[in-house]
Every structure is written in C-alpha cells, then in structure tokens.
Write a protein that binds this ligand. Structure first.
Ligand code: G3F
Length: 555
C-alpha cells in the first residue's frame, strides 16, 4: 500500500503538466505527478530525438514516432478475409455483433472519424517525440472568433507567451545560419513568398555543435528544469513522479451551492495492480491530452455539457520535394547575401571536385557540407490565408526518404488548415466499450463545414505553388491530404471560456463549479487554431498556476 499527502496532484507529465509542477514547486509546494506511461529516459521526459543515432539519421526516428502513437479510435472493419487459408479459424461477424475485434471501435463511423489521432503514453507525453514547433497564436485569426475576444486578454497573453518561451527554450536562431535553410528561404523570397521566415522551435544549439552537428530538442524535461533529475531535492517544496500510475476517476463530492470538490482519486499502479494507492491533495490538475482529459472527466461523471464538444482539428496537406537541379547548380549565387554559408559551400564544392578528379573514394556530388542543418521555415496563418505552413525536414510516421535519394535534397511541406468550434463536432465516450487502459472508449464525430472544405482547396493550391519553386515531388509523397487527425492538434474538447454553458474551464483553467480542479493542455484552446498549440497551452498553464497559488495555503 502507498499513501501520498501532497498539495497538488498533477495527472499527465507532458510539457503542460511539467509547467504546473515546475512553477508550483518553485513556489514551495509539494507536488506529485503521475503518468500512465512508462519512463523512457534517465531524466523525466527527455526528447528521444536527442540521442546520437537520431541526430545522425533523423529518418530512423519515424519508426520511433510510429511506435509511440497509440490510435484513439479505429473504425470497425470485420469484413471477411477472403484469401485466408480456409482451414484457419473463422467466424461469421454478423452472428457476433457486439464483439470488439482487436481494439477496434464498433461505435466509430469511418466518415466522421479522426482516424489518425493518437495518444502517447510516456513520461513526457508527446513531447518525447514532438516536432518542437512553438509559434504563438495569431492575435486576430486564432485569438478572436465570431466577435468574441480570447478569454485571456492580449497584454496578459504577451507576458505569458514570453515566460512560456523561456521555459521551452524557444529559439529562431539555431537553424538560421545553415546553408540548406538559407538556400530554401532565398529561393522562396525571390519567388515573392516574402512571408517565409524562421520557424520558432523549442531547441538549443549544443556547445559541441561544430563537432557533432547536433542540436538539443526541448521536451518536458526542459520545462521541469532541475526537477527532471529524479535525484534532485528542491530547496523548498517537493516533487515526485510516479510512472505507470493511471488515474481512472476523480471523486467529486457536492459542496453545497451547486459547487463540487475533488475529494480523492482512484489510481492504479499499472505495474502492480494489487497495490492500493491513496493520494490526498488540496488541488488536482489534469493535463493528459485533449481526448484523455475529457475521458477522465466523463469517467468521473463531471456535470458539464461542453465536455468533449466544440472539437477542432486541422485538415492537413503534405508533400515532399527534391530540390531542383537549377537551384543546386546556382547555389553559390543564391547564397551571395550570406557570405559565411556561401564560403562553406564553395570550399566544400571545390574540395569534392578535387577528390572526384583524383578519384578519391567518397567524393560528394551534393553541394552541402554534411554539418549544414536542415531547413526550418514557416509561413504563419493570417486572416485571408488561414493555414499554417511548415517548410522543413521532419521525421514523422509518414514521408520517409527512400534510400536512393540523398536526404539533404529533400524538403517537406506541411500545411495545417483550420476548423472552427461547433457543438456537433465532438468526442463521445462509451458507456459499454473500454479502451486498452480500461477507460471509456472515445468515438469521434468530426466534419468540416462547407467553407472549411473550400479553404482546403485554396490551401492545397498554395502549397503546390510553393512546392513548384523548390523541386519535383518525391515519388510516393506527391501532394496529398493526410488522414484526419494526423496533425495531433485536437483542441476545444475542454475549452476555456467565459460562459459555463459553452466551456469547461474559466480563464484561469479552473473547471466551472469545481473548487479545486484545474485542467491543462490543447483541449483548452477555444477558437480553433492553425498553428501548433503547445506554446499557448504552456502559457495558459502559467496563468492557472497563479490562481492555484491563491488557493493553496502558503508554505
Ligand atoms: C504536428 O503534431 C507538429 O506540431 C508538426 F510540427 C509536425 O510537422 C506534424 O505533427 C507532423 O505531422
């Protein structure tokens, strides 16, 4: 039996949960954090791409990502496998209608599914493998909607964004001097795509960068700072993290006047289901993800009409280009404004030509020294062009590089569109079917509006115009829309607002009518967003922390 008495229990250990932990321990509070996922690194929640191998070959990281994404709702497919050896076991699915085959979801329709949406069960959450893109939401496009202002005012948001950027080590400088990056930017600027600029990333240069070509990607450990070291003892307050501990229910008790309180939690030690785990806290924070957080609220029978509703997700277009011959033939001219990069490239080309003439093995025909980092550019979403564009080289579960194309020549284009909140777009939770973790199975009901679908056409056309400047399409990665849900940017399901009928939390992230329950994460974004949501989620958590401090007795 284990018993914990703390000031704050945080469920979920991604960058948002980590923000709560870091700030509350810094304020002298006793914090316990739990995560249903396993601990994958020595410090809590490090980015797995920091390891030597993936820095050398980012393409291998695609399978790491694939292995960590746990699909949330797979529409049922029990059509007979007609080519199966007839002597193998088989049954007639129509005679077994309630059967749940291989974790498929019989309640999920294919048509309105977000089939690629997934959760990462790990200490550090999805930040163990994220892209680290941390733009702010656009002040008018993403922070106003239908005449409504953002729940947190603009001056406060500016302050919160600054602090969030510091916690995540946001930078636009790490890739900015790379010849590959500058070349792509220059080609696009010359083609009048003047809005192409450095993608803000949660990343730092490494002190040994000149020797290693490596960078350091931020994750939950970055936000936790010294707390990420399991052996660290804070000078005030305390911090403890329990991996593979799953919260299955918040015990909500009526407190009179229509208010409730969390008076306890049901927690399972997934490594020892026999153990009884008791946790008492003053304040509870749930920051799982935009599906697992409303799932826990549903399992806890929270009375809130908006829970799981107003779901937004980004339609996503993708392609990969292989840089044009003409660009590489003119690389020195194209880099003329950037003397350092130009000199490096020039010297490299000369050296390789010499090697080639001398027939030295290993002469390189590609005019990029090996240490030139990949491009990392974006075009921000703005009113009239409501999509967020990333022009970079990123490992993900799709778009791998065939072994016979040099990966320095590949540029990925990812365009993320927008959907706006509607009550009917939602995730529901089953009363009958359980997911792998024994929780109510989520089912998606998501459709784009007519206007949003039309915007997708404009977005694709824009992406193809940009791509046409860069090169030809890589076979298999021609322009395409990806399976809905693939951006992993679901928002709105526990939305923040000023009206308790259409939101789950107030502007301090406090659940309406529950005195000591706070939420964190992308589910809080209320208006739909094209940009990556993490920075804004961390900013919102920082605001919530200030409110929590006023509730807790000062230590
Ligand atoms: C998203 O979750 C990230 O925010 C993007 F930056 C990334 O490119 C994308 O996944 C990959 O599909």
């Amino acid at each position: 039996m284990s018993k914990y008495d703390v000031d704050v229990l945080i469920v979920g250990s991604g960058p948002v949960g980590a923000t709560f932990a870091r700030k509350l321990v810094d304020a002298g509070h006793h914090v316990l954090m739990i995560d249903a996922g396993a601990q994958l690194s020595g410090t809590y929640g490090e980015h797995l791409k920091n390891s030597f191998l993936y820095q050398k070959n980012v393409d291998l990281f695609a399978s790491v990502i694939r292995g960590h994404l746990h699909p949330l709702s797979i529409a049922k497919d029990d059509s007979p496998v007609v080519t199966l050896d007839p002597s193998s076991f088989s049954y007639d699915a129509e005679e077994w209608p309630g059967f749940v085959l291989n974790n498929q979801n019989p309640e999920q329709k294919k048509r309105d599914n977000l089939g690629a949406s997934a959760a990462t069960y790990a200490v550090g959450g999805m930040a163990t493998h994220w892209t680290c893109a941390v733009p702010e939401f656009h002040a008018t496009l993403e922070r106003t909607y239908n005449g409504e202002q953002y729940p947190i005012d603009a001056t406060t948001m500016d302050k919160l964004y600054k602090e969030a950027a510091g916690l995540l080590h946001r930078s636009e400088a790490v890739f900015a001097s790379s010849a590959r990056h500058l070349l792509v930017r220059e080609v696009l600027h010359r083609a009048k795509f003047t809005d192409v600029r450095e993608l803000p990333l949660a990343v730092r240069a490494r002190p040994d960068q000149a020797k290693s070509d490596a960078v350091h990607w931020s994750a939950a450990d970055t936000v936790l700072g010294p707390l990420a070291n399991p052996r660290h003892t804070p000078t005030q307050g305390s911090f403890r993290l329990l991996a593979e501990h799953q919260c299955t229910k918040l015990e909500l008790t009526d407190d009179g006047n229509g208010q409730q309180r969390v008076t306890g939690v049901k927690v399972r030690n997934l490594r020892d289901l026999n153990e009884k785990v008791t946790i008492n806290a003053e304040v509870y924070v749930v920051a799982c993800n935009p599906v697992l957080t409303p799932q826990l609220l549903f399992a806890s029978e929270l009375r809130n009409e908006a829970n799981g509703r107003y779901l937004t997700e980004q339609p996503m277009a993708f392609c990969q280009t292989v840089l044009k011959q003409s660009i590489l033939d003119n690389v020195e001219t194209l880099l003329e404004k950037y003397p350092d990069a130009r000199t490096r490239v020039k010297e490299y080309i000369e050296k390789q030509r010499q090697k080639q003439q001398e027939k030295t093995p290993g002469a390189d025909p590609v005019p990029f020294p090996k240490g030139e980092l990949e491009p990392n550019l974006w075009i921000p979403a703005v009113p009239g062009q409501p999509w967020h564009c990333q022009i970079h080289r990123d490992a993900f579960s799709y778009g791998e590089v065939p072994p016979n194309i040099d990966s320095r020549l590949i540029v990925d284009l990812r365009w993320f569109g927008m959907s706006r909140p509607r009550r009917s777009n939602r995730v529901t939770f089953s009363r009958d079917i359980k997911d792998t973790f024994g929780m109510p199975q989520p089912t998606f009901h998501f459709e784009l509006s007519k206007e949003e679908r039309a915007d997708c056409g404009r977005m694709m056309e824009h992406m193809m115009r940009v791509a046409a400047q860069l090169g030809g399409f890589m076979p298999g990665s021609e322009p395409q829309f990806l399976t809905p849900g693939l951006p992993l940017h679901i928002a709105g399901t526990t939305r923040m607002g000023k009206d308790e009928k259409t939101s789950v939390v107030d502007p301090n992230s406090q659940v309406w009518r529950v005195k000591n329950l706070f939420l964190g994460g992308n589910g809080l974004h209320p208006f739909g967003n094209a940009a990556n949501p993490t920075l804004t989620s961390v900013a919102m958590a920082l605001q919530a922390v200030e409110k929590i401090k006023t509730i807790l007795p000062s230590s």
